[in-house]
Structure formats: structure tokens, C-alpha cells
Design a protein around this ligand. Structure first.
Ligand SMILES: CC(C)(COP(=O)(O)OP(=O)(O)OC[C@H]1O[C@@H](n2cnc3c(N)ncnc32)[C@H](O)[C@@H]1OP(=O)(O)O)[C@@H](O)C(=O)NCCC(=O)NCCS
Length: 328
């Protein structure tokens, strides 16, 4: 139990700390606050609601993980109704405090409450010795009220080159074309037993340690997995490049929910030969058969060649997932 302490009064509004027995009652104001963001065009192929609505269990898990430090949060009440809140977490390591949910119910907007909650969060972090306050989840660049508030409050966008970009393509304008490959190279789709070869290429291309089993967990086990959307580029019979068009479907109806291009890469010694273009072209041709909406991919600005390739095929950036930070 946390001591409920009235911090400030604005008319009949009162600030308190966050008591975990209230988590259930915070779900409505948080979800209502994010409704107008959620109403923007859906540009994720993996979820019907973007961002997904939060539940009391999500909040409870966030408290257990330490992502929310209840004693440092503030909830704003109108009589016995919670109408706004800010959550803070201190488990990010270093001298960095993390700003979690900042939510003001639509009925209570335009009164400076968001700014006041933000100032409260900065002060709570500062008095605990933290030097910076960073947004714990990424901020959708399409959601202007959040950008305006953060930027006018001294927050800076800090991951311009490495943030995730969502690129979207309108398939109505696509004319299927035969992927072109240099002599000795071919494309083929996924076969049982391909995970080891895929993992090896992914590790080499993205310089990571992807464990065997990752592909199966994330993609192979999906109810809507379709091997026809997964491509290898081969030199002779040696796999040298990968790409996939993951077509997602609603689990009940089987209706197409969207499509996302995933894990495009060619081994370094095979770049500039047209293999990447051929792989992505095959993925777009596959997606075209289903006309998924949205048809998207996620990349990062520092991947200049990849972004150029996608743009040349008709993809356009529709969202940046930004991290904002403020020095306290
Ligand atoms: C992006 C990547 C897949 C391209 O593969 P590739 O086999 O070199 O691609 P291509 O030879 O078909 O070139 C496609 C486009 O990339 C760009 N490109 C490729 N190599 C380039 C180079 N050396 N200099 C400048 N542009 C280059 C060009 O715009 C080219 O367009 P063009 O067909 O009009 O010439 C490859 O660079 C790669 O694996 N990068 C690392 C992983 C990565 O970033 N993947 C994307 C994740 S979203």
C-alpha cells in the first residue's frame, strides 16, 4: 500500500500517488486517453488495434517488473474518478528514469494537466538523482499532440538514425514483375528444415546471435504461417539471401489482417548484384495476390541501401517510432 498524498489542487481535482489496488480503475482513463492515437490509420500488420488497449494485468506486470514505480507516479482525480496519470520507472539502468504512460482523459484536455504531470515526473526523477528522463515506449511520429507537448517541454528526439521506421506500400499501383537475377542465381520459397540455413544468413547479415528456434517461435508457429511468402536467394544451391512477406490473418475468421516484409538481407559478399531487389520484388508479388491492408515493413534510417531499395519499389515512410529524452 502506498500512502495517498494530496499533492495539489486544481479546482476539485486532486493529485495522489498510485496505489496498486486501483490498477483496475486506471484502465479506462488510459485507454480513453489513447483512443485518438488508436484511431489513426492502422499501420501494423500484426495487431488489430495499434497501440493495443491496456489491461489491469498489463499494469500489474509493469509494476512487478519495476517499469512502474508506484510511489513516484501521480494520478489526478476528479472527485472519485481517475482522469489523468503519469507513470515513472527507475529500472532502466544508469541515471536514466523512464517515462511510461502519460494519459489525460479527453474530457479533461486543454487545461495544462499533461504539462503539469510531465513536470511532476521530471521533478520526481530529479530529486531521486536521475539525470535524464526518457520515454520508455516509442512515440508515434503521427501523433502530434504528444510530439508538441514533449518538444515544447524540452524533450529531444534522440534516435533519428536508429529509430524504427514503418514504410507502407499501396498495392493497387503495383504491376507484378518477374524478379531479375544474375546468371547462376535463383529464388525459391521455404521448405521444411530451412530454419538452420535462414538463421545462419540472418546472423551473418544482421551480425547478431539469433538462436536456433527463434524463427519457429516467432514465425513458424503462427496459425497463419505460409511458406509461400518466405524466400531464399540461392547461388547454385547455396542460400545467400533471405526475405519474407508475412501475411497475417485474424484467427477466428481467417480474414487477411495485413502483411509485413520481414528480415531482408543478402550476405555481404553478394551485395550490389540485384539480389536484394529480386527478393523484395518476389515478396511484393506474393503480397499483391492478397491486397493486404496495411502492407508494410519496418526498417531504420541508417540502413540507407535498404531504404533506397524499398522506396524505389513504391514504399513510403508513414511513421517513425521516436525516443524522446530530456536532460533534468
Ligand atoms: C539492403 C540489402 C538487402 C540490399 O541487398 P543487395 O543484394 O545489395 O541489393 P541490390 O543489389 O538488389 O540493390 C538494391 C538497391 O540497393 C541500393 N544499393 C545496393 N548496394 C548499394 C551500394 N553499394 N551503394 C549504393 N546503393 C546500393 C541501390 O539503391 C540498389 O538499387 P538499384 O537496384 O537501383 O541499383 C543489403 O544491403 C543488406 O543485406 N543489408 C544489411 C541488412 C539490411 O539492412 N536489411 C534490411 C533490413 S530492413
Amino acid at each position: 500500500m502506498f500512502v495517498v498524498e494530496v499533492r495539489n489542487m486544481v479546482g476539485s481535482l486532486a493529485y495522489t500517488g498510485l496505489d496498486i489496488s486501483w490498477l483496475e480503475s486506471l484502465v479506462e482513463p488510459i485507454n480513453a486517453a489513447y483512443d485518438d492515437w488508436r484511431a489513426l490509420e492502422r499501420v501494423s500488420a500484426y495487431t488489430p488495434a495499434d497501440p493495443p488497449p491496456v489491461s489491469a494485468e498489463d499494469l500489474s506486470r509493469a509494476v512487478q517488473r519495476g517499469d512502474i514505480a508506484p510511489e513516484a507516479c501521480r494520478v489526478l482525480w476528479h472527485a472519485d474518478r481517475p482522469v489523468a496519470l503519469v507513470t515513472l520507472g527507475f529500472n532502466g539502468g544508469g541515471r536514466v528514469a523512464r517515462l511510461g504512460w502519460l494519459a489525460v482523459h479527453p474530457d479533461y484536455r486543454g487545461r495544462g494537466l499533461g504539462r503539469e504531470l510531465l513536470a511532476h515526473a521530471a521533478e520526481e526523477a530529479r530529486v531521486r538523482g536521475f539525470e535524464t528522463l526518457v520515454t520508455a515506449s516509442h512515440v508515434d511520429s503521427r501523433y502530434e499532440p504528444a510530439l508538441r507537448l514533449l518538444e515544447s517541454d524540452g524533450f529531444e528526439w534522440v534516435d533519428r538514425e536508429r529509430c524504427n521506421l514503418t514504410l507502407k506500400m499501396d498495392l493497387e499501383a503495383w504491376e507484378p514483375i518477374q524478379p531479375r537475377l544474375p546468371e547462376g542465381f535463383s529464388l525459391r520459397t521455404w521448405r521444411d528444415g530451412d530454419e538452420a540455413a535462414w538463421t545462419e544468413i540472418k546472423r551473418a547479415v544482421f551480425e547478431d546471435n539469433t538462436p536456433l528456434g527463434y524463427w519457429q517461435n516467432v514465425f513458424g508457429n503462427r496459425h497463419d504461417f505460409d511458406p509461400q511468402g518466405w524466400y531464399f536467394c540461392l547461388e547454385g544451391d547455396k542460400p545467400v539471401g533471405i526475405s519474407a512477406a508475412v501475411l497475417t490473418r485474424y484467427s477466428g475468421s481467417g480474414k487477411v489482417m495485413g502483411c509485413c516484409i520481414e528480415w531482408v538481407g543478402t550476405l555481404p559478399e553478394y551485395r550490389g548484384l540485384g539480389l536484394g531487389r529480386a527478393l523484395v520484388t518476389a515478396c511484393v508479388n506474393y503480397a499483391y495476390r492478397f491486397r493486404p491492408k496495411p502492407f508494410v515493413l519496418v526498417t531504420q534510417p541508417f540502413r540507407k541501401h535498404a531504404v533506397r531499395l524499398y522506396e524505389s519499389l513504391g514504399f513510403r515512410t508513414v511513421r517513425e517510432w521516436r525516443t524522446y529524452q530530456k536532460v533534468l
